[in-house]
Design a protein around this ligand. Structure first.
Ligand code: ADP
Length: 192
């Protein structure tokens, strides 16, 4: 099985390009953000607890997202691998993912990173707020906190996966959506 991690700041285009990558390589796309929003929409206790953290621009507890990921690995069949989007998001989650995969005799295949500037993060999220209506996209302070959370907690994963020789990055900032999709697809193809 292949285990790809789609990596990058909020608004980098992970969700926008995940479908094309997943389809091309017969991967199941798993977005922890989408799974959490489904819990919120369903009004579960987990969703209720997650919502206040998400709306504050903070991460939900590691155990919550790791449980979602493990249960996806347990139940989803008929694919050649997984495309993880929004997970791992800090070093503890990355170390736990390594353990989860090791138990299965598997490992992370590669990290595919889309890089954009902080200025583009703000612009993209504000544009998305008008289209998708996500509460965490609409508030300036939440956006600032998510940018801070990204730099403090998520960005260190770059060095973690570089040290493992698994980190591949391309520009997600310039050109059209299609340009960016072609760039990320070429990057994944170069890894295989
Ligand atoms: P974006 O990429 O725009 O930040 P996501 O849909 O990936 O959006 O995530 C939305 C929110 O869900 C995050 O800001 C965070 O609060 C929560 N979340 C998603 N994935 C994780 C994770 N792996 N660990 C902790 N919190 C997460």
């Amino acid at each position: 099985m292949k285990y790809y991690i789609l990596f990058g700041p909020p608004g980098a285009g992970k969700g926008t390009h995940a479908g094309a990558i997943a389809q091309k390589y017969n991967l199941k796309h798993i977005s922890t953000g989408e799974l959490l929003r489904a819990e919120i929409a369903a009004g579960t206790e987990l969703g209720r607890q997650a919502k206040s953290l998400i709306d504050a621009g903070m991460l939900v507890p590691d155990a919550v997202v790791e449980g979602m990921i493990e249960s996806a690995f347990d139940t989803i069949k008929g694919v050649d691998g997984f495309l993880l989007d929004g997970f791992p998001r800090n070093l503890a989650q990355a170390a736990d993912l390594d353990k989860i995969l090791e138990k299965r005799g598997e490992e992370v295949t590669a990290v595919v990173a889309l890089m954009i500037s902080d200025e583009t993060i703000r612009k993209r999220i504000k544009g998305r707020a008008l289209i998708e209506g996500r509460a965490d996209d609409a508030n300036d302070e939440t956006i600032s906190n998510r940018i801070r959370t990204y730099h403090a907690q998520t960005e260190p994963l770059k060095a973690y996966y570089q040290a493992a020789g698994k980190y591949y990055e391309c520009d997600g900032d310039n050109g059209t959506i299609e340009d960016n999709r072609n760039r990320v697809l070429a990057l994944v193809e170069s890894i295989k």
